[in-house]
Design a protein around this ligand. Structure first.
Ligand code: AMP
Length: 113
């Protein structure tokens, strides 16, 4: 499968992995948009949020809770951070393997661009 994040999961492309378990892997974004910018991805290939079903609820919960745990470990939980899911072209999705962005270490702006 020609998926960048599947290649990272397979060890074919290097990544700065900060957490992994049986279901998810988290690694630093190669082009960080904030002092802390980590991506949390499922091991299972899921192309977009539109491909999720009710059966994926536990997995999505686990991805979110992994991000909040990492925020605490990275020391950005108290000051605050942003979690972002991008979906499809107008959502700004570039890699078609779902991923949750954890961004922090600076003040975020609203509305997003
Ligand atoms: P998105 O636009 O939501 O699909 O985000 C994809 C993210 O993947 C971007 O923030 C990229 O900087 C990041 N990215 C692309 N290639 C790599 C890589 N090899 N290692 C880590 N992050 C990557």
């Amino acid at each position: 499968m020609d998926c960048l994040f599947c290649k990272i999961l397979a060890g074919e492309i290097p990544a700065d992995i900060v957490y992994e378990d049986d279901h998810v892997v988290a690694f630093r974004d190669v082009n960080p948009q904030a002092p802390t910018h980590i991506l949390v991805i499922p091991r299972r290939h899921i192309a977009t949020l539109n491909d999720l079903s009710q059966e994926d609820g536990a997995l999505i919960s686990h991805i979110c809770l992994t991000a909040t745990q990492l925020a605490a470990e990275q020391g950005i939980a108290d000051d605050g951070y942003r979690l972002v899911w991008n979906c499809n072209a107008q959502g700004g999705q570039a890699v078609y393997h779902i991923h949750l962005h954890l961004c922090g270490g600076r003040a975020m702006h609203w509305p997003p661009g």
